[in-house]
Ligand binder design. Structure first.
Ligand SMILES: [Zn+2]
Ligand SMILES: [Zn+2]
Ligand SMILES: [Zn+2]
Length: 257
């Protein structure tokens, strides 16, 4: 069984968004409080996080991440990678380098951002122990297999993920502006599909709410959830109006397949 926990469901600014006085940003409803998008997936023995944005420390503390065996990175935008330094607590506790999986150009960018990471601890240094590992083909961690699915997003290399376990499968695509037929074919027969919906207005690099609902209809998973949401999407107003089988994710929501 795969257990999934949403660590963050917000757009790149997070919600509330700095300097915004809209009703959602000034609301205190906990389901409108969105950290930068990330998920934790676990089986009985292993714990994996997808994307480590600038809220990672808060997410690890708020959602009690005690163990981390691998990190997968969807793309190099700041809201998905700027928390990587804080994984050092896990590589220290576990006394072993943490595998960080990403596509080649993303790994190159990560090694520019974090040139000081090491694969072994040396005396007196407080650096993350990381093993940057190319991710082009399915990677297995415990009973979970992580398959990268290429998606268009802001003209850069970006992937969504299909995660297969022994009792179910899920898809997670936090950033994209659409899908190729090939990508859609990789998202067949899912128990859960999690897809970005930025806002109501169209955006060149992201799916709007309407586009997201359209793609979710085509993907047709048993259960669909929205993530990477901006403050124009109000949980209390929108969630009850979504089509059957679709719901807004929120920070801390857990599910299993
Ligand atoms: Zn993003
Ligand atoms: Zn706002
Ligand atoms: Zn992005």
């Amino acid at each position: 069984m795969i257990r999934l926990k949403f660590l963050g469901t917000g757009w790149s600014h997070g919600v509330p968004t700095i300097g915004c006085t809209c009703p959602v940003c000034t609301d205190t409803h906990p389901r409108n409080y969105r950290r930068r998008s990330s998920i934790q997936v676990m089986d009985d023995a292993y714990s994996v996080v997808v994307d480590v944005g600038p809220d990672f420390r808060d997410q690890a503390l708020s959602f009690q991440i005690q163990q981390l065996d691998a990190v997968f990175i969807t793309h190099q935008h700041a809201d998905h990678v700027m928390g990587l330094d804080d994984v050092r607590r896990f590589s220290w506790i576990q006394k072993s380098p943490l595998p960080v999986y990403a596509e080649g150009t993303v790994l190159k960018r990560l090694s520019e951002l974090y040139p000081y990471v090491r694969q072994a601890r040396t005396g007196g240094t407080a650096v993350p122990l990381i093993h940057f590992t190319p991710w082009q083909h399915p990677v297995t961690v415990g009973s979970m297999t992580f398959t990268p699915i290429e998606v268009p997003h802001a003209g850069m290399h970006c992937v969504g993920i299909r995660i297969d376990g022994d009792t179910g499968s899920l898809g997670y695509v936090p950033d994209c502006s659409g899908f190729s037929d090939e990508a859609l074919a990789q998202l067949e027969d899912l128990d859960v599909m999690i897809l970005n919906a930025l806002r109501v207005e169209p955006h060149p690099a992201h799916l709007s709410l309407e586009q997201s609902l359209e793609w979710l209809g085509r993907i047709n998973a048993k259960r669909s959830l929205l993530t990477h949401m901006g403050c124009p999407l109000d949980y209390e107003a929108l969630n009850p109006q979504l089509p059957e089988g679709v719901e807004m994710a929120w920070d801390g929501l857990q599910l299993s397949v």
